[in-house]
Ligand binder design. Structure first.
Ligand SMILES: C[S@@+](CC[C@H](N)C(=O)[O-])C[C@H]1O[C@@H](n2cnc3c(N)ncnc32)[C@H](O)[C@@H]1O
Length: 830
């Protein structure tokens, strides 16, 4: 990879990107060098590819000018024909062995390794290629009985097995070892994790068994064997071993670190900012390439899902001319700042590989056996201020009497630190002086259950004092606006939005200022497009404010807004999109399930003097139908738009629809948010009282910006089937779910509905695209959208993530089946 980072940006941009996939044949001509912010579609022609690598005979190491993507994709021509006229000089790999890893550490998604990786990512199981780095107390390994002596007393004769099937019990593991003829003394698994612990009779048995087990296949998983070492650092007196009953029965000798090979260990920089070793131009190139690979799934899957007897839409046919893409990917908008841009950082708390209680980033996935936390050293996306507060907190934790959360035992006290920053208007943050960062909110997540109130209160006082002293003793003084404690008992650190919050006084004993503001009133502020935004502790706000400004204005431009426009801002958070675009439309309806964010949105409208917005607090799937009906289902004579069959709210919520492919609900929601419609802004502009007659909105647009899982099927169905909604701007930080949702939105309807197509069995094993194809079949007959254009906006420099924006439009007249009366009959049929 050294050659990659040495390449100059201009070199990269002059070098063609391989974007041909297994469906494009014969060999495509590589596109003219794509420039940042220019269309980057690779045109497929019948010409042969030109070589760009001289005679192609030199060793890879001797080729500093090689494209970073050299041999990082499999040659589709070779795959199909088992031959390729370029032979060894082909820039695409002819075998899995020849295939190189991409600079962002991913593999060609069509390769075996790529598929494996994709599977593990979509199933939320991040592969442990980084080794096992468990630094927590693991003496009580299993809860499923066995009655055996724990292995803690035999650490020297124990090994940790990684990549076991998650569901295996200790009995499964023991059966497996017996079947494989592996002798052992004890064997246990850990519930909810893919690791197990095996203790052997003696060293010789351990060595030979470890050798036999290493690399064994269990299903599609490859077993890894890691060491279990006593944590010598724990032998010293450790103030983090609690005096309370929760962890108090541990002896220091029971503290273990399970450790993979040295060579595999990663730094927090590599984990958090895996692209940081590339120049920014190269990073953008990487992201475009990855996005293109994902976007190609849209026409492929929509074609597959296209019903028999219905002609394949033009956009799918044309996709071959643009390298298999669904529409032009118009480029990628750079982030205005690339370093220290994050205004929100969540720091884990755990033991470092050296055993020190550390506030920083986890080096991997807990379920896969990685618990080590390392300081946020050299992570260029993290602001200096956030690192300073992490360091202050880490120092505090060295002397606290309360224990750090233990993920094995689900007990402990200190769990997580979140640092949120607010800028002053128009300021680009200066990493050294903190100029531009006007406010900081610290949120410390704890679990107070089973701890003595008096002790907890005393610790909170010391904590507040530590932050105040740390902030004021720094030169220049660090801003500190609020200190919040979030009390959360759950297994993972992801707390529900209604987890109790308490505000701690941070006034350094100044009685004048020593009033405790209620946590519900605590906000920090930031600016987008000159509007001031209030942000509550749990409200979503884009982490890169300056880049978000570009994202929102792009979405507004593509939405074709005007005074006649009714804009639905779906998943609106604090109202950022709707409010920044409110001056360009007649009215905004924002929908958001987080009550604190909706309250922020109201405040933000009021504080910025915006009167044409209404914010509704609910899950979008629960209100989208009734809102569309309320605003759009007006008598025919009032609206100059063909109307098919009335309201989507007539469509029952699809309770039979499975959850998104990852097994999670599309929208986790705290119970108290459901279906509550909060006060509207402004009251007098709602249609019920007639001040804003609904017929004035000739143009109806939705901008959706859902969480990573994408939109709920009910929302997709409502957006697609409402005849007045013809333009949809989809913003997503997860292009996979955008593509999956777009498959449902863009696949043509059959001429008549298939009956009994609700068999969702097996959806858990489906890819998100497969599931979308399946769902597309049960979409009521309706006009499909078509992808018009797409553009990326880089909100996350140094990481593989990127926001993707896609414009989808529908054109009712172009549908051959569109005969209003006939359609109505079909709909009734449905
Ligand atoms: C990616 S954020 C976008 C927020 C906002 N558009 C912005 O740019 O700041 C997604 C938002 O969707 C909200 N959300 C998640 N599921 C939802 C649902 N089912 N209905 C409504 N809002 C939802 C989250 O609370 C979060 O505020």
């Amino acid at each position: 990879m050294a050659a990659t980072s040495e390449l100059s940006p201009s070199k990269i941009l002059e070098t063609p990107i391989n974007a041909h996939d297994s469906t494009s044949e014969p060999h495509p001509t590589p596109p003219k060098s794509p420039q940042i912010n220019e269309p980057i579609n690779d045109v497929v022609t019948t010409e042969k590819r030109k070589r760009d690598d001289g005679d192609g005979n030199a060793d890879e190491d001797d080729k500093p000018s090689l494209h970073p993507l050299w041999k990082t994709s499999l040659c589709s021509y070779f795959r199909k024909h088992s031959t390729c006229s370029h032979g060894d000089t082909c820039r695409y790999a002819h075998s899995e062995e020849e295939l190189r890893q991409r600079p962002d550490n991913t593999w060609d998604p069509t390769s075996e390794r790529g598929k494996k990786m994709l599977k593990s990512v979509t199933g939320e199981k991040i592969a442990v290629k980084d080794g096992v780095m468990m630094t927590e107390l693991v003496d009580e390994v299993d809860g499923d009985g066995g009655g055996e002596e724990g292995f803690a007393s035999n650490q020297a004769l124990s090994k940790c097995l990684v990549h076991l099937p998650m569901k295996w019990t200790s009995e499964n593991l023991r059966t497996f070892l017996n079947e494989q003829g592996i002798p052992f003394k004890h064997a246990k698994t850990r519930k909810g994790m893919s690791i197990g612990f095996v203790t052997f009779e003696d060293e010789e048995q351990m060595k030979s068994s470890a050798k036999d087990l290493q690399g064994k296949q269990i299903g599609n998983k490859t077993l890894e064997v890691a060491d279990v070492n006593p944590r010598s650092f724990e032998k010293k007196s450790n103030s983090n071993v609690p005096s309370s009953g929760t962890l108090g029965d541990e002896t220091n000798d029971d503290n273990l670190v399970i450790d993979g090979s040295e060579s595999k260990k990663k730094s927090s920089r590599e984990v958090v900012t895996p692209l940081a070793h590339l120049s920014y131009a190269d990073q953008l190139e990487q992201k475009k390439y990855s996005l293109m690979q994902i976007l190609k799934k849209l026409p492929r899957n929509a074609r597959k899902a296209c019903p028999n007897g219905v002609s394949v839409p033009e956009w799918i046919l044309k996709s071959r001319e643009i390298g298999g893409l669904p529409c032009n990917l118009e480029g990628i908008i750079e982030s205005p700042i690339v370093n220290g841009y994050r205004n929100k950082c969540e720091f884990s708390i755990g033991n470092s590989l050296e055993g020190k209680v550390t506030v920083g980033f986890s080096l991997g996935n807990f379920r896969e056996g990685v618990t080590a936390v390392e300081e946020p050293v050299d992570c260029p996306n993290i602001s200096t201020i956030a690192c300073k507060y992490a360091a202050i907190f880490q120092e505090f934790l060295q002397h606290t009497e309360l224990p750090v959360w233990n993920r094995f035992k689900n007990c402990g006290f200190w769990r997580q630190l979140t640092v949120r920053e607010g800028r002053s208007n128009g300021n680009v943050v200066d990493a050294e002086t903190f100029d531009g960062i006007a406010e900081v909110m610290l949120i410390v997540q704890v679990s107070t259950a089973s701890f003595d109130n008096a002790q907890v209160d005393a610790e909170f006082k010391r904590l507040a004092q530590a932050f105040v002293t740390g902030a004021t003793s720094h030169c220049p003084t660090l801003p500190l606006t609020a200190l919040i404690v979030q009390d959360h008992q759950g297994i993972s650190n992801v707390a529900p939005s209604d987890a109790p919050l308490h505000s701690l006084p941070i006034t350094a004993g100044d009685p004048e200022r020593d009033v405790n503001i209620s946590a519900a009133d605590v906000r920090i502020h930031d600016y987008i497009s000159n509007l001031r935004f209030s942000i509550s502790p749990t409200s979503f706000f884009q982490v890169n404010t300056l880049a978000a400004e570009k994202l929102y204005s792009l979405a507004g431009d593509w939405a074709c807004l005007g005074p006649d426009t009714l804009l639905f801002d779906i998943c609106c958070g604090t109202g950022a999109i709707g409010l920044t675009l409110a001056h360009r439309v007649g009215m905004v309806i924002g929908i958001e399930m987080n009550a604190a964010a909706v309250s922020d949105a109201h405040k933000n409208a009021e504080n910025n003097g915006i009167k044409n917005c209404r914010f509704v607090c609910s899950k979008a799937e629960q209100v989208i139908g009734s809102l569309l009906k309320e605003y759009l289902d007006v008598p025919k004579e009032q609206v100059d738009v063909p109307s098919i069959c009335g309201s989507v709210s007539d469509i029952p919520e699809d309770s039979a629809c499975p959850d998104p492919g990852n097994g999670e609900n599309a929208s986790p929601c705290s119970e108290n948010n459901n279906l509550e419609i909060e006060n509207e802004v402004p009251k007098e502009s709602t249609p019920e009282n007639g001040n804003t007659p609904v017929q004035q909105f000739k143009n109806v647009v939705a901008i959706v910006d859902p969480p990573r899982a994408g939109l709920h099927p009910t929302v997709i169905k409502a957006l697609r089937t409402h005849t007045r909604l013809r333009r949809l701007v989809y913003i997503s930080c997860n292009p996979e779910s955008l593509v999956a949702n777009a498959i449902e939105l863009c696949t043509p309807s059959p001429t008549e509905m298939e009956r009994g197509n609700k068999d969702n069995r097996g959806w858990r094993r489906m890819s998100s695209a497969g599931l979308a194809r399946h769902r597309a079949k049960s979409m009521p007959i309706s006009e499909a959208f078509k992808p018009v254009k797409a553009m990326a906006v880089d909100l996350f420099p140094h990481t593989p993530h990127c926001e993707l924006v896609m414009l989808l439009e529908s054109n009712l007249d172009s549908q051959p089946w569109y005969i209003p009366s006939a359609v109505c009959i079909m709909k009734l049929d449905y």
